[in-house]
Design a binder for this molecule. Sequence first.
Ligand code: NAP
Length: 273
Amino acid sequence: MRTCYLLGHPVAHSMSAVMQNAAFHALGLDAEYRLLDVEMENLAATVDQLRNPDTLGSNVTIPHKVAVAYLVDRLDQSAGAVGAVNTIVNEGGTLVGYNTDGSAAVRALREVYGPLGGARVVLLGAGGAARSVGYALAREGAGLAILNRDEVKARRLAEVIGAESGGLGELGSRLRKADVLVNATPVGMAPNAGASPVEASMLHRGIIVFDLVYNPPKTRLLSDAEAAEARTLGGIRMLVYQGGEAFRLWTWREAPVELMEAAVLDALGGACP
Ligand code: NAP
């Protein structure tokens, strides 16, 4: 039996074990995925144990994505520029760090929008997810405006990515000219599912609204966007694609992403917009 882990703190809410174990089972692989709640002081020792031959690797989540980038032996280019790792692969005792968040977001958004070159994107938030998604969208040739509660953080991220930046006061005017809105803040996430990071009156039918929040599957922001006749994309597709890419890196097998998505939806008990 080979094992994969999720390293984070906390991890109990995670959907990763649900979808990865569904995938291992469907492909008849003798492997299992376990959630590991790791405090910062134990992180280095825990990462070191991933070199064990029985371990395929791990996912990494809040708050360890940046720290882990300094603990692995090598960074793939997907993690190098972003400076954060969400997937570790144990290559015969050598730990390689990848970041599958950005490519997963681009893949999910492309399915709805098409090629993203020249798309005008308002990216809300400047934390870890915004960083991964921002880099990936910029690589696709999208024009980005990063808006964040802490404007200084938005400016710092915008400078390295080559984007515009501002505060939340600019949301209305920026959205009028935008093709895509990406919410990379946790606003609207359970248990605060009634909240939205954007006033409903700012949404319009000319934009696609992509909410990275996946619990609940249909957030208040997505409901408001539907009411404004905007197209919508929830966070589950990205979640499944980042997990699917990690699965492929560990097992060298194509991930059964439809089945993984069904497992997540079943666990969350909702319909995906
Ligand atoms: P993070 O690093 O903590 O960053 C959070 C960002 O949201 C910061 O920019 C923060 O602004 C902003 N923010 C927090 N509370 C806010 C509020 N009340 N009003 C306005 N802005 C607020 O978190 P993260 O890792 O980037 O995750 C963000 C969200 O993305 C989470 O809901 C997470 O579940 C989701 N996510 C989804 C996927 C997926 O696969 N679908 C993958 C990764 C993350 P300040 O800088 O001003 O504090």
